[in-house]
Design a protein around this ligand. Structure first.
Ligand SMILES: Nc1nc2c(ncn2[C@@H]2O[C@H](COP(=O)(O)OP(=O)(O)OP(=O)(O)O)[C@@H](O)[C@H]2O)c(=O)[nH]1
Ligand SMILES: [Mg+2]
Length: 253
């Protein structure tokens, strides 16, 4: 407990001049949104960090945006910022749209479907501050990290994707397809502008380009929990797209 109090004080001191913009892209996350926001608020407030949560909803038919408005009334306009778009335009552009409105000097990107637990954000921040790294990537593939709720097929696909990429591209990070990361804002802007791929390959390309630009990358072990509410979309076509993207990056970087 004493140690925990000390850590809290350390992060607060280290990050006293920083603000964190947490981007939450949403598409049909009405059940998940109140829980994820409650957890983010809890862990960021506990560590006494300055932050805003930017919700980028792409016209979800399930009423996610109405839910986000209610949460904004509850937590305030400074904490919850709404940047909705008319229709589903994809994750890559959702991040770009969110960054345009971000007032923090650091950006956290994470999924809103409870696969990424906000308790890891202060850990990422701590590591970033200690070493002044450009990127901190949450990783399922080092000691202390892991995946829960995936069937064998999905674990195999994810492992294989990471394994092949490690061999072909030598990226310098252990989890390439994950999307729970902390970036310096200018670093993220630069990376997004230089990325060409969409879909699952996008997260991987971000790390590959980061290495090209000689950005420094740190890793924090995270546990990833499969979504409980809402539909999963991983299918044959995503796997094909991933393989195509991997080969493209292999050939061009
Ligand atoms: N704004 C926006 N958000 C999206 C879009 N597609 C997905 N999202 C959100 O991005 C995050 C990641 O998407 P997921 O659907 O969880 O993707 P995944 O984790 O690879 O797959 P499953 O969890 O198995 O469905 C979630 O918070 C989604 O709600 C989109 O087109 N626009
Ligand atoms: Mg998910």
């Amino acid at each position: 407990m004493v140690e925990r109090e000390q850590t809290k004080k350390d992060i607060k001191e280290l990050a006293k001049n920083d603000k964190y913009s947490i981007l939450l892209p949403t598409y049909n996350e009405v059940e998940n949104l109140p829980i994820i926001i409650w957890l983010i608020v809890k862990y960021m407030d506990e560590s006494e960090l300055d932050y805003e949560i930017i919700v980028i909803d792409d016209g979800s038919p399930d009423g996610t945006l109405d839910m986000a408005k209610q949460l904004q009334n509850l937590y305030g306009e400074y904490k919850i910022v709404l940047r909705p778009r008319e229709k589903k335009l994809g994750l890559g552009t959702a991040y770009m749209h969110g960054i345009k409105h971000a007032t923090g000097n650091f950006i956290v990107i994470m999924d809103a479907d409870l696969s990424h637990h906000p308790k890891f954000i202060p850990k990422m921040i701590e590591q970033q501050r200690y070493l002044d790294l450009d990127i901190i990537s949450g990783t399922r593939y080092v000691k202390g990290g892991g995946v829960y709720g995936w069937d064998f097929k999905r674990k195999l696909i994810s492992r294989t994707a990471n394994f092949l990429t490690q061999i072909l591209l030598r990226p310098g990070a252990s989890d390439l397809t994950g999307s729970f990361r902390l970036y310096k804002k200018d670093v993220l802007e630069n990376l997004i502008q230089s990325c060409v791929s969409k879909g699952y390959v996008f997260q991987m390309e971000m790390i590959i380009r980061a290495r090209q630009f000689n950005y420094t990358i740190g890793e924090v072990p995270i546990t990833f929990v499969d979504r409980v509410y809402g539909e999963s979309k991983l299918g044959g076509s995503e796997i094909f797209q991933f393989a195509k993207g991997l080969l493209y990056l292999f050939a061009t970087t």
